[in-house]
Design a protein around this ligand. Structure first.
Ligand code: ATP
Length: 429
């Protein structure tokens, strides 16, 4: 049982006035189902934090003192929805007929066998569940059962920290138990313009000095960086990560450009440009954002990619972007369209798009890359290998040379019909 001291009674209308009526109705339904099955049920975490701040958050995480998977299963049936069970974590997601999702988990506490390891889990009550969380501002819950619908459960002074704009861990070893919280703390600081409290900044430095970041997998670090890159305030977060020297701690060769802010804004503009001008292309915008973080040395990209377990596709794009920088130096204002095509064609779209808006590019270079992206790369050759075979030529190395020469002439506007291309072909062969 929770001691009443842990409750802060909030006026339900004041808390819920910022929730849309359908979401409010949904929470009431979940609460009533809790009552029907005699289980205490709470909405927790980011939803509550953002509700109290007055920020919309559509991720509904429900904690119940009972069997979450069974509860989700029954509720999905009542809603005529579907349920996805995640056995490893004992959690379930209900997908409602309108496509909206609600996550369910049993109240639990966690212990860590060693720093950086994934926790072992035991079922418990809401208070223990809140105390295992990362920061006080994320350790808030609202009761949904009709007996006390809207009651705030705040056993770690989360509301006080939320009002003060403080990020605070719940125990001294928090960053050692789970070093990903270092990234999370900095991310929330940047997102809300909050401040990690002094003592916790010191704990972060001590945890880093102990080498805790070496203990977590590349995949986990990578997930945190992905979350950071999806924030609106990325430059502020990166500056703070640099203050903690986090990149070099993750990998000694990971250096971030001193002009990161300019790179970031240019990348955003390039993505906007691509959305407008290349609507039929599937551009991997995440890869473009990763390019703002890449090391300046090609060898270091490989080493950092290994540390972060980046998938081949992403690492190849990062390496291509590094190589592209030197290739672009061989372009000149007088380069012909066929020269531009030959130089840029081996590269994936993302490094080319990324480069477009980067600072200190001469206008002529931007125009040539844009011309390649919008027009040149889509030009279909007037003459193909099949045409050469029909003319009785045997495929050979020279074959490719001839085809390229005719195609180059086409790109440069020297031939514009198949007949002209054939005449040139006869001349070249
Ligand atoms: P965001 O807006 O960043 O998604 P969120 O609070 O919804 O915020 P999630 O990563 O979805 O963040 O996590 C949900 C909740 O789970 C958090 O509010 C927090 O209470 C808890 N949590 C997440 N990660 C950790 C962690 N590493 N250690 C402890 N608790 C965590």
């Amino acid at each position: 049982m929770l001691s009443p001291a842990y409750f802060q009674r909030m006026q339900a209308p004041s808390i819920f006035s910022k929730i849309s009526p359908p979401t409010l109705f949904l929470l009431q339904e979940i609460g009533k189902f809790g009552e029907k099955t005699a289980q205490s049920v709470y909405v927790v975490g980011g939803f509550v934090r953002d509700l109290l701040i007055g920020r919309e958050n559509l991720d509904i995480d429900i904690v119940l003192e009972g069997d979450a998977v069974r509860f989700a299963d029954q509720l999905a049936e009542a809603w005529s929805g579907k349920v996805q069970v995640h056995c490893t974590f004992g959690t379930a997601t209900v997908i409602r007929p309108d496509g909206s999702k609600v996550d369910f988990v049993s109240a639990r506490n966690e212990t860590y066998a060693r720093p950086g390891a994934l926790p072992s889990v035991r079922y418990s009550i809401i208070e223990a569940d809140l105390r295992r969380r990362d920061f006080s501002i994320n350790a808030l819950a609202i009761r949904l059962n009709p007996d006390a619908f809207g009651e705030l459960v705040d056993c770690t002074d989360g509301l006080r920290d939320l009002r003060a704009g403080h990020i605070r861990v719940l125990h001294d070893r928090s960053f050692i138990d789970d070093p990903t919280r270092i990234f999370r703390a900095i991310r929330y600081e940047g997102r809300y313009r909050f401040r990690i409290v002094e003592g916790d900044q010191q704990r972060i430095r001590e945890a880093i000095a102990q080498g805790v970041l070496d203990l977590i997998s590349g995949q986990r670090v990578r997930n945190e960086i992905d979350c950071i890159l999806s924030e609106v305030t990325v430059p502020r977060i990166i500056r703070r990560m640099l203050e903690f020297d986090l990149f070099r701690v993750v990998h000694p060769e990971w250096d971030i450009s001193p002009h990161f802010d300019a790179r970031w804004h240019a990348a955003q503009q390039a993505i906007d440009w691509a959305e407008q001008h290349l609507p039929n292309d599937q551009i991997d915008t995440a890869a473009i954002l990763w390019m703002t973080l890449r090391s300046t040395v090609c060898g270091a990209i490989k080493a950092v990619s290994d540390r972060l377990a980046l998938e081949n596709q992403l690492r190849e794009k990062l390496i291509a972007q590094a190589k592209l920088c030197s290739v672009l130096d061989t372009l000149s204002a007088s380069s012909t369209p066929s020269e531009v095509y030959r130089l840029l064609n081996p590269y994936p779209l993302e490094p080319l798009v990324f480069t477009l808006k980067q600072p200190n590019q001469p206008d002529w270079r931007i125009e040539k890359i844009q011309d390649y992206l919008i027009y040149l790369r889509g030009v279909q050759p007037l003459i193909t290998g099949d045409d050469l075979i029909q003319l009785g030529l045997k495929p050979s190395r020279a074959f490719a040379d001839v085809l390229w020469k005719v195609f180059a002439a086409q790109l440069d506007g020297k031939v514009s019909t198949k007949l002209e291309a054939c005449q040139l072909l006869e001349y070249k062969t």
